[in-house]
Ligand binder design. Sequence first.
Ligand code: ADP
Ligand code: MG
Length: 150
Amino acid sequence: MIQALPDESATRAFGARLASTSPKRGLVFLEGDLGAGKTTLVRAFLRALGHHGPVKSPTYTLVEPYEIGGRRILHCDLYRLADPEELEYLGLREDLDDATLALVEWPSQGAGWLPVPDLVLSLTPQGGGRRLALTAGSDVGRRWMARLLE
Ligand code: ADP
Ligand code: MG
């Protein structure tokens, strides 16, 4: 699935729609260069689930957990990850198991170590906006995508 996101509000609207159609549990990979809009999308996702506070970019902490309506959501940014083994040290695998939903920026940094994602979102520049490419990696992801397309 390919979708044009002509401006930031379109990215935010998509993030909100991703949240409103989200399954109970899920893992989402967010690909795209610096400034592609990954954190903007996650921020809208968390807001749509009912998070009111700030959403920091977990560039240095790598992981930022949220408790929203009894659900545990993880926002990860692996850009600064030096070695996938660091993920072991951080206990991220257990965190991912515990989390109901996890959104991971720069998943390529954890290649071979992260579980298979339900959805992969890829943001690339297009004109002044962005092009979003979406692929499903599991049945949960395929059903999620079907709800997104409704
Ligand atoms: P990333 O987390 O991918 O590094 P950010 O979300 O931190 O990127 O920053 C993305 C920047 O691009 C923000 O300044 C935001 O306003 C802008 N932006 C987000 N989506 C779009 C879009 N669809 N079109 C144009 N600009 C966008
Ligand atoms: Mg970011």
